[in-house]
Design a protein around this ligand. Structure first.
Ligand SMILES: Cc1cc2nc3c(=O)[nH]c(=O)nc-3n(C[C@H](O)[C@H](O)[C@H](O)COP(=O)(O)OP(=O)(O)OC[C@H]3O[C@@H](n4cnc5c(N)ncnc54)[C@H](O)[C@@H]3O)c2cc1C
Length: 428
């Protein structure tokens, strides 16, 4: 066929290039889970147990699971890195699902498939558990140079990946001067964790006798009595500034302007506001407020957890919108994400059988070191129930432990057992 003939033929019948399929067509029905964090791993494991007839495929961009819980202790040199890292393939073998290391670049909701660089994958149900993204645009608009400079030089390590190593190197090499840590406005991932990190840094400065100060710029009011801890244990190391709303950040000239004052820094840990991860935006699953503006978080049914826009997609973990008008957001914690993953698994298993799932509510527990010498720990437990009118009610209890004895490590190990089939270091 000559060129003109080829063009005419292509206009008559458009030439469609189909991306390769990642896997052969499913024999039965398939659930695709995007994101192998606390929410996605839990959904994968529980789906295999509750609905063994369904094919379950977990897609995760990182080669290994990396825990953010306990990472503050590792940053301070109080825990080995091996306690935070786990293998995805052995989890997939333990529970009998398929793991593929791949970054999902798009969800094609009308085609019921996800797109990756290696190929596409069709689903009957999709669990979206991609966590959060940093909303640097709130500070910099579309100034990509400022965004990339901040990502590269002032990582905060709130997303599993390479940032953890970069932040650890920064702290290990810190020789003195003004270190500034900005906190994000609520809601953000694991609310007590930046304060715990501040205690670890205060302890590092004190125990290494470094002539430096950590200034915490917090747009929120202080929580969990950390203000007292900072002044009692780290008064020469930590300056805590509550209600410091950030107006602008200049990462090149190292200055931060807040409602209260301007601050300059020698080095910094810059935590931008947080939002649902990119894919929730790409898929058009973000909630809107009364004025029609995006809230930043993915719009789930508060009980059944499917996307309000699409009942084939379940939203699990830190990316979700408010759970109840009575208290707002569930705490964005690992245990909460894993409970939500289990609820989504029950919902999908019930739908696959043509029944309705029993209504279940999640819970959350968070262990936070408030001081290292002497060691003090606080556990924050959040539980939920339905009120008579169907709204979800929250109750929060704090337990102060002046003599902790590794309860946080024990909790993490039992969660790694549930999520990853981890049986203990002795048995590896
Ligand atoms: C310092 C710190 C301390 C914490 N301490 C605690 C604690 O003590 N207790 C507690 O319960 N919680 C704690 N948390 C919170 C906990 O880590 C989070 O709540 C939890 O990770 C949320 O799980 P998730 O599944 O929603 O997201 P994540 O765990 O972030 O998992 C999301 C996954 O999706 C993957 N992903 C994203 N986009 C794509 C894509 N396009 N394609 C493929 N994969 C993708 C990511 O790589 C990631 O693995 C802490 C957090 C921090 C930062």
């Amino acid at each position: 066929m000559n060129r003109r003939g080829f063009l005419a033929a292509s206009l008559a019948a458009p030439f469609i290039v189909r991306a390769a399929e990642l896997l052969p067509p499913a024999k039965g029905r398939r659930v695709v889970i995007v994101g192998g964090g606390w929410g996605g791993l839990s959904a994968a494991r529980h789906l295999r147990e509750l609905a063994p007839d369904l094919e379950v495929v977990l897609l995760e961009k990182n080669p290994a699971f990396r825990s953010l819980p306990m990472s503050n202790k590792w940053l301070a040199g109080l825990m080995e890195e091996k306690h935070l890292i786990h293998d995805y393939s052995s989890a997939a073998r333990a529970f009998g699902y398929t793991f593929i290391q791949a970054e999902v670049t798009a969800i094609e909701r009308d085609q019921h498939r996800v797109v990756t660089a290696q190929g596409t994958l069709s689903y009957d149900w999709l669990v979206l558990a991609v966590g959060i993204r940093y909303h640097y645009e709130a500070w910099y608009g579309d100034d990509r140079r400022a965004i990339e400079h901040t990502r590269h030089n002032y990582p905060c390590a709130y997303i599993p990946g390479n940032e953890q190593q970069a932040l650890k190197a920064k702290l290990d090499n810190f020789k003195g001067g003004d270190l500034v840590m900005t906190l994000p406005p609520m809601p953000y991932r694991c609310p007590p964790s930046p304060y715990e990190r501040a205690c670890m840094i205060g302890w590092l400065l004190k125990s290494r006798k470094i002539r430096g100060k950590l200034t915490i710029l917090d747009p929120n009011s202080h929580i969990l009595g950390f203000n007292r801890i900072f002044s009692e244990h780290y008064k020469d190391q930590i300056v805590y500034v509550p209600q410091a709303r950030i107006k602008s950040v200049d990462p090149f000239n190292k200055t931060i302007s807040t409602d209260l004052a301007d601050f300059r820094f020698d080095d910094a840990i810059l935590m931008a506001p947080q939002q649902a991860g990119d894919l929730a935006w790409q898929a058009g699953l973000i909630a809107r407020d009364d004025a029609g503006r995006p809230t930043g978080w993915a719009d789930q049914h508060p009980v059944h957890l499917h996307a309000r826009e699409d009942e084939r997609i379940f939203l699990v973990g830190d990316l979700i919108e408010k759970a109840s008008p009575l208290f707002g957001y569930y705490p964005k914690s690992g245990q909460m994400a894993s409970r939500l993953g289990r609820i989504a698994a029950r919902e999908i298993a019930a739908r696959a059988k043509g029944t309705a799932a029993e209504k279940l509510l999640p819970d959350s527990a968070c262990y936070v070191y408030t001081s290292l010498e002497p060691a003090e720990m606080t556990r924050v437990d959040s539980t939920y129930r339905f009120r008579g009118d169907g709204l979800i009610v929250q109750s929060v209890k704090q337990h102060h432990d002046p003599n902790p004895a590794g309860e946080d490590l024990q909790w993490a190990r039992s969660m790694f057992g549930e999520l990853l089939g981890f049986k203990g270091y002795e048995s590896q």
